[in-house]
Design a protein around this ligand. Structure first.
Ligand SMILES: Cc1cc2nc3c(=O)[nH]c(=O)nc-3n(C[C@H](O)[C@H](O)[C@H](O)COP(=O)(O)O)c2cc1C
Ligand SMILES: [Mn+2]
Length: 459
């Protein structure tokens, strides 16, 4: 059996890292407010929160599971410094899921469904309603049958209707193909899954490649699936809750605003609608809420999920690339940091172009030498301070295809967004004499002796 979300939570609890909130909490703003404050509090930041009583709902809510990269690493059972490596390995060695006859996600079947039994949360002040925020959307290509998995938000419209916002994702391609034939697109929305599944859902795979196989690669074991009750799809057997339904063709309803990863509101628009056909769940199911704006959970999942494919793309262009990082403060979208061992001048620029080509949202690329730790922004700051010269190392490429989620883009939110791209080359010039950049250090043999004698000094 593969580990499930509960077993991950049990590991957090054994490590003293699960905080249970036992008093009743309002899913409208109060829950998000507590998560926001806990994220800012150094004593609570590293805890996962379990809200045992959420007003108006039976299910407890898990939250702040993804507010730091370290938590994702802990959930995956690896060190934070290994996240890139395990992601790349999962991309290279996918393990297709397997079907099982029955699973706990269908212990209770609610048909007809009523979304009001679920603790959908309202996280930001102007949000258009309560949202499903951690829903793994599983669909099949209407032409090839190939599975796709991504996370989309769903706004509550009615007891059996949810809104959905699909950027030009693979899922949106499925929807377009179905809609062209006037047909609904069956969808299964799994909530409360192992963190590996959410991370894998953010991998940049090719169209018709299965993110659940990549999730199996991350877990080191195939994900187990059960057949849905009312739609021709399969879902992770261990999910806490599954919402089965179909995205209706030609139907649009007002959705939004919604507090987004850029800490701004996505504006209200007329967007497609999911007609819910059934809700299935575990007998004592948990709900999972993810916050995008006031806690950087989208950015954290996105950074861990997007870096591996970015690394492969940049390494294909410049083989001496040693790491890439999409820092959380940039929403893990607008900035990419690249570390490489430069062998000829111009390689940093080439690496930056590979990053721009890989992901539309990447706008500013900083390239550093491989002795800089790009996961430590203070180290990147050091490289900028000492190895970068604005008159020589700065490159601006105007009017490149950007992304409508970028508030700085021309025609923000119209779909015709262009932006300027920036390359900052903070690598040392190859021609610089070595002594010029020699780090000042305590002699190595003295450091070694001190390490041996360490208890003597503070014993
Ligand atoms: C918490 C979270 C929420 C997200 N919400 C949305 C969303 O509402 N709409 C969307 O298009 N993408 C959203 N994304 C990004 C997609 O899940 C991501 O681009 C995914 O890789 C798309 O997969 P696909 O191209 O295989 O369909 C979200 C990501 C995360 C981590
Ligand atoms: Mn996909």
């Amino acid at each position: 059996m593969v580990e499930d979300l509960r077993e991950v939570l049990a590991r957090f609890e054994s490590a003293g890292r699960l905080a249970r909130v036992r008093v009743p909490v309002d899913p409208r703003f109060e829950l998000a407010g507590i998560c926001t404050r806990a994220h800012r509090d150094p004593r609570l930041r590293d805890r996962v929160l379990l809200f045992e009583q959420v007003r108006g709902a039976e299910l407890p809510v898990v939250a702040n599971l993804f507010n730091t990269r370290e938590k994702v690493a802990f959930a995956l059972g690896v060190a934070e410094s290994e996240l890139l490596t395990v992601g790349v390995r999962a991309l290279e060695r996918p393990r297709p899921p397997v079907e099982v006859a029955a699973g706990p996600c269908q212990e209770v079947v609610r048909e007809p469904p009523d979304l009001r039994v679920l603790p959908l949360c309202t996280n930001s002040e102007l949000d258009g309603g309560p949202y499903v925020t951690a829903g793994l959307h599983i669909t099949a290509n209407p032409e090839t049958g190939a599975r796709n998995v991504g996370v989309q938000r769903n706004m509550y419209h009615a007891p059996d209707r949810l809104g959905i916002w699909m950027a030009p994702t693979h899922m949106f391609q499925h929807y377009r193909l179905a809609e062209e034939h006037g047909a609904p697109l069956p969808v299964a929305i799994a909530v409360g899954v192992h963190p590996a599944l959410l991370v894998a859902s953010q991998f940049r795979l090719a169209f018709d490649e299965d993110e659940l196989a990549a999730a199996g690669g991350l877990l080191g074991a195939p994900v187990e699936l059960v057949r849905c009750r009312t739609v021709p799809l399969h879902v992770p057997a261990a999910a806490e809750v599954v919402i089965e339904g179909e995205v209706l063709p030609q139907v649009r309803e007002r959705e939004g605003p919604f507090g987004e990863f850029a800490r701004l509101y996505g504006q209200a628009r007329d967007l497609p609608v999911v007609r819910v056909k059934a809700i299935t769940h575990r007998r004592d199911a948990l709900w999972h809420n993810v916050i995008a704006a006031t806690v950087p959970e989208n950015a954290v999942i996105g950074s861990v999920g997007r870096e591996p494919a970015l690394f492969r793309a940049v390494r294909a262009a410049v083989p001496t690339v040693t790491a890439v990082h999409m820092p959380i403060g940039s929403g893990a979208n607008f900035h990419a940091l690249i570390a490489l061992r430069k062998t000829v001048e111009g390689e940093p620029q080439k690496a930056a172009f590979a990053a721009f080509a890989h992901q539309d949202l990447i706008k500013h690329v900083v390239v550093v030498d491989d002795d800089i730790d790009i996961y430590d922004l203070s180290d990147v700051d050091y490289a900028l301070a000492t190895r970068f010269r604005a008159d020589r190392d700065l490159y601006i490429i105007p009017r490149v295809k950007g992304n409508p989620l970028d508030p700085a883009a021309d025609e923000y939110a119209t779909g015709r967004a262009t932006v300027a791209k920036l390359i900052v080359d903070a690598t040392k010039p190859l021609a610089a004499p070595p002594e010029h950049y020699r780090f000042a250090q305590v002699p190595a043999e003295v450091m070694a002796r001190i390490a041996q004698d360490w208890p003597r000094y503070f014993g």
